[in-house]
Design a binder for this molecule. Structure first.
Ligand SMILES: Cc1ncc(C[n+]2csc(CCOP(=O)(O)OP(=O)(O)O)c2C)c(N)n1
Ligand code: SF4
Length: 283
């Protein structure tokens, strides 16, 4: 029987009160609820406070370059479909530096989970505006307020027809654990954008602010209705919906590759003669 203790307990470098703690606990609970043992899970991240999350739980880990978690996660899943692959990083890493990879991943629909810790600021580098910062957000680097429009990752993902799109909140850990478990069990690319207070550098989107603005979607909300999902995803301001906003069944990227039908690449024979013929074609 797997328990949260199997995923270990480590000292962290996070500030006391950081929303990352709630997300880490929810992730562990979700992995246990999915019946996954640490050796079955690969966590891939980039750079940032959120991207340190895989350091603080016992599983397979790949910590790479800023913004580059998704290409690694996709490659790992294609090479070994038996792994449960989770790409986890902050809003800067996932949507800023990793923005192009984010869009490409949504188009492909590889069977993996994206957890974006969305504190709406660059935490590790001490508080610059990120793509999800509110337009006008004042920081030391943006003393006149951020000039760029606010990126809405949930609306982008729903509009692109991503196969599973949810928004959670670090301050509602039980609800968040349920969303992460659903995302892991979903067959396809599942995005959970997780609203996360950064108590040191975001003094606008605080625990109190989220309490006043967030609400959970009603029981009878139908996440399969695309038009309704777009309207729900665009609702971000006075009221912010939490829950599974959109989901659908969609063919997996990996199911369309003939070579992957013979099991993990790592377990397949390499034909030296076949390779020689390919090389010959370029000479
Ligand atoms: C290519 C590249 N650009 C910039 C940096 C510097 N850098 C490191 S972490 C970071 C921001 C992290 O913010 P976010 O992803 O939102 O994570 P958080 O720390 O808020 O959890 C930046 C800009 C880097 N390491 N590599
Ligand atoms: S700077 Fe912000 S995101 Fe980073 S650990 Fe501290 S509170 Fe958390």
């Amino acid at each position: 029987m797997i328990s949260v203790e199997d995923y270990g307990k480590y000292e962290t470098a996070w500030c006391p009160g950081c929303g990352n703690f709630g997300i880490l606990n929810s992730l562990k609970k979700a992995l246990v609820a999915c019946g996954l043992a640490p050796h079955q899970v690969l966590l891939v991240s980039g750079i940032g406070q959120a991207a340190k999350t895989p350091h603080y739980l016992k599983a397979n880990v790949f910590n790479g370059l800023h913004g580059r978690s998704l290409p690694v996660a996709i490659g790992a899943k294609l090479a070994n479909p038996e792994l449960t692959v989770i790409a986890e990083s902050g809003d800067g890493c996932m949507y800023g530096e990793g923005g192009n990879h984010f869009l490409a991943a949504l188009r492909r629909n590889v069977d993996l989970t994206i957890l974006a810790h969305d504190n709406r600021v660059y935490g590790l580098t001490k508080g610059q505006a990120s793509p999800t910062s509110e337009k006008g957000f004042v920081t030391k680097a943006q003393p006149h307020g951020a000039f760029a429009a606010t990126f809405n990752p949930v609306a982008v993902a729903v509009t692109m027809g991503a196969s599973f799109v949810a928004r959670g909140y670090a301050g509602l850990p039980e609800h968040l654990a349920g969303l992460i478990a659903q995302a892991i069990n979903h067959r396809g690319t599942a995005l959970v954008d997780i609203l996360q207070p950064c108590v040191s550098f975001n003094k606008v989107n605080t625990y109190t602010w989220y309490k006043e603005h967030c609400y959970t979607l009603a029981e009878d909300y139908d996440p399969r209705n695309h038009a309704q999902a777009i309207a729900t995803a665009l609702e971000f301001g006075e009221r912010i919906p939490l829950g599974v906003i959109y989901k659908k069944e969609e063919a997996l990227f990996e199911d369309q590759f003939p070579v992957l039908q013979n099991g993990p690449l790592a377990g397949q024979e390499v034909s030296r003669e076949g390779l020689r013929q390919i090389m010959q074609g370029y000479l």
